[in-house]
Design a protein around this ligand. Sequence first.
Ligand SMILES: [Zn+2]
Length: 472
Amino acid sequence: MKNYLKNAVLLGTLFLVGCSSLIQKKESASIIIKNGTILTMDKNNNVINNGVVVIKDNKIISVGNKNLLNTYSAPKIIDAEEGIIMPGMINTHSHLPMIAFRGLGEEGIKNRLFAYFFPLEGEKLSRDLIYKATIHGSIDMALSGVTTYADMYYHMDEMAKATKEIGIRGVLGETVIKFPVVDAKTPYGGIEYAVNFIEEYKNDELITPAFGPHAPYTVSKEKMQEITRLSEKYNVPVMIHVGEFDDEDKRLNLKNRSVIEYMDSIGVLNSRVLLAHGIHLNEKDLDIIKKRDAAIAYNPMANAKGATGIARTYEMLEKSIKVGLGTDGPMSSNQVDLFRTLSYASSMQRLKYNDRTIMTPDIVVRMATIGGAEALNLDSKIGSIESGKLADIIIVETKSSNMMPNYDPFATLVFQANSSNVDTTIVNGKVIVEDKKLKTYDIEKNRKQMKAIEADIAEFAKGLAQKAKSMD
Ligand SMILES: [Zn+2]
């Protein structure tokens, strides 16, 4: 009897110890974000108030309400302080190193391309400048909540190195064009450059290598087809400027066909293709783009500044064409972050269609996040806050005066917020910006690098300003 009692007490004790360890033991994670409004950007555009996101290594493992705090523990807890927790933004079109030249040639000259772009690119684009300018541009994006950008430029290996150093994602398309350029001595040398770059970076965590044929009127039919074959072989994106100008069909001598019809007839439109701008397109063009499952990078702010026109984005979205937002190069919109572009994205469509009810803020935020991911075929990995996706997340604070009141977080983001409201940026599970401070690069070092570049280019640009006057 005594022994029986003893055993019962022992079992009871074990049972209690077992229970309490069950209660205390939480599943371990890497980072928990709490106390914010989560814009998940999932299929139903779910918004979670007082939400919690759980990150383990580089992935999101759980998204829900504050009860998740009872299930998970992590060495790092980020209090969003009632801010907005959303997917990192995706800039689908840029030429980032041109950030070294932004602000030049703004004196209202007609021939800016010939007076500024070409001489600057011909004279000043060294590997070193591309690297340092990409460091600066990537810092600018990280601090303003862009976690992925797509780019078409030169020396993509330098850009990849700098992008990785700051810790954001890059879809980097090496330029292919029919002239000799800074990194290719022969016409179309970019194809070989791109293939080498793709081989080097095809399995990279942050970099997606790509082809960047400049435009249908600067790349021959045969070379476009060669790029299409290679992009299929390597399964990489192709980014190309299309419909930026209203005379592209004339430049191609197409007579009665559109540029899109021409591209379709030579077999270069498919789901890997991202068309930058897409302003001068007709309805038939949109149907072809939809049929081929190609995507559009909509750059409303750059298009307004350059007076190139307003894309039919509203109709594209009505036809379920994949559309992402872009800034274009920093000489075109002078920005690399998307905040101002968000408001242009809505306002320009309302002006074009004379309808204030279209392009509501939730649609615009979708374009800046999951829409961009779809346009780049990265939507299975990034673009929304859902369990299983890579942890690319930003927190936008709502304490600054411009963020109050905050009745509708989508409207607050699109029409009130600016880049300085970004408090935290996480890419691939790594916190690269915290309390509005960059953690991956010495900001003072970057400032000195950019001041030296600025001094050198300012000197060179004096001559350009004078020549520009005589050209006009
Ligand atoms: Zn462009």
